[in-house]
Ligand binder design. Structure first.
Ligand code: C5P
Ligand code: C5P
Length: 473
């Protein structure tokens, strides 16, 4: 049997257990993570549960720790479902949660088995949880196994993969088990794909805004600065208006698109970006056909960014409402949240750059943001900094920020090249955090941890010393 078949077979006991609890009228508690993958996962589980007539409650959480586990234990649910978190904390879960538990996660699993936990994780079946499927994909496959009606949730199943940057195939396509979900969405007529310039708001936004709003890749001098984008377009002879109307990227002729691409490439080279980063300007655009044109939900990546903004700004309820179908009030609120989120990331990047906050140690880059950058966006900021290609040495970046409860939040981002050489930052975070009275984990390429504030120096020193131990080539 193939790995994928094995993985799909592992869903059956979870589906049976879920149906049993629904039929018994049991209390079901859904606990999901707060980023785009977590929110789309939660959305899928809530819709699937509501369609089955389940009695359930859901929340989206920043992290799984003692405090959350104790408050869940007090609720005494008959069935608790964790999505996009849990795999690294199986011991904590089984120690305190007494009812049945299903964990649907794609993070590095803890080596631990518990009788009351059904654990759905692609990594237990040799499938890459950082590239081949995200938590929203797992939740979608669960929902599909539960009821064929849930095929319409396939687009939500792709959002987590796009938000978690799993588009690692040629021309930024999704790969692995994600392609199975993609096929469901295409077959049902929900999804369209084409290759083009990957800018935020391809169909709908005025060109200057679309370039300014693009942070992946990060275009130095243009990302986050609409005025400079207007000047740039003028300089290369692309008109931003057609009569009264502001032109969108989709309105440009093929020649103009070529000019734009080559001018942007030259600009990025002059700013020190490498060829790999520039190549990221082109990619596969995922269009959700049933969503209104001229809304961010029409484009898979924009949908994911919108959810990420909601979750990381502490407004998970707004994000979940969108996943559940609210296209009115929640959309308006989400747009405002997104604007604030963007400004926050822009000023965090400025703070790092103006104050030259990236320190280079022997084996890692470090940013100590203290209370200057929110712990919820520190990971996004370090990802952008590494993605720019201006940190020239091949080293992962480790960023710290003050968090609640006298803890430090650590976020780390690595590169595909370092992963190929054997570096797994999820393992590094798990190991060092456990040594220092914290908790950590994640993926090879993006991971994180929480540790007591007085352990910050020790944590960084320890990470710096064990990173080279992992390189096999
Ligand atoms: O918790 P979860 O797995 O959903 O989150 C993964 C995080 O890592 C996301 O915020 C995603 O954007 C980030 N990531 C990254 N660079 C990558 C892959 C993932 O910053 N190459
Ligand atoms: O918060 P951030 O985006 O930096 O998280 C990067 C990755 O590390 C995410 O997949 C997140 O779920 C994971 N992580 C973890 N345990 C932690 C902190 C982060 O597994 N304590």
């Amino acid at each position: 049997m193939s790995r994928v078949d094995n993985f799909l077979n592992s869903f059956k006991p979870a589906v049976e257990l879920f149906i049993k609890h629904v039929e018994d009228g049991g209390k079901i508690r859904i606990v999901t993570h707060n980023d785009s993958d977590g929110l789309s996962s939660g959305g899928i589980l809530c819709v699937a549960a509501a369609r089955k007539g389940a009695k359930f409650r859901a929340s989206s959480e920043k992290k799984l720790d003692d405090k959350l586990i104790h408050s869940l234990a007090e609720e005494k649910p008959d069935l608790t479902i964790f999505s996009d978190l849990g795999s690294g904390y199986l011991d904590l879960i089984s120690k305190h949660i007494k009812g049945d538990v299903i964990v649907m996660d794609h993070h590095l699993p803890q080596d631990y088995e518990a009788e009351n936990i059904i654990h759905l994780n692609p990594m237990l079946h040799g499938i890459d949880g950082a590239r081949d499927i995200a938590a929203s994909g797992i939740c979608y496959l669960f929902a599909k196994e539960l009821d064929e009606k849930n095929l319409d949730l396939s687009v939500l199943g792709l959002i987590g993969a796009l938000g978690d940057q799993q588009d690692k195939g040629e021309k930024k396509t999704l790969i692995g088990v994600n392609s199975v979900i993609e096929k469901d969405a295409e077959d049902q007529g929900f999804l369209d794909k084409h290759v083009g310039l990957i800018f935020y708001g391809y169909e709908t936004r005025p060109i200057a805004k679309a370039i300014a709003y693009t942070t992946l890749p990060f275009i130095p001098g243009l990302s986050g600065d609409e005025g400079s984008c207007v000047a740039f377009l003028r300089q290369i002879g692309i008109s931003i208006t057609n009569g009264e109307k502001l032109r969108a990227l989709a309105d440009l002729s093929d020649d103009e698109k070529r000019t734009l691409f080559s001018s942007l490439s030259n600009h990025m080279v002059s700013q020190g970006c490498d060829a790999g980063v520039i190549h990221q300007l082109l990619g596969t655009i995922y269009t959700f056909r049933l969503e209104e044109p001229s809304t961010p939900l029409r484009s898979g990546r924009e949908y994911a960014s919108l959810l990420n903004a909601c979750g990381r700004m502490g407004r998970q309820g707004v994000g979940l409402s969108i996943c559940l179908g609210d296209r009115d009030e929640a959309m308006e609120e989400a747009q405002e949240i997104l604007n604030i989120y963007r400004r926050k990331i822009g000023s965090a990047l400025d703070w790092v750059q103006v104050n030259e906050k990236v320190e280079e140690l022997e084996n890692i880059y470090v940013i100590r943001a203290e209370d200057q950058i929110d712990d919820t966006v520190i990971g996004v900021v370090s990802g952008i900094l590494l993605g720019q290609g201006i940190l020239k040495e091949a080293k992962p970046i480790i960023a710290t920020a003050y968090s609640d409860d006298d803890q430090i939040k650590v976020s780390t981002r690595s590169t595909e090249e370092l992963v190929q050489r054997g570096l797994h930052m999820g393992v590094v975070m798990q190991k060092v955090a456990e040594e220092l009275e914290g908790g950590g984990g994640g993926h090879d390429i993006a991971a994180g941890a929480y540790v007591p504030i007085d352990k910050e120096d020790e944590f960084i020193a320890r990470v710096n010393s064990i990173v080279p131990e992992q390189y096999t080539k």
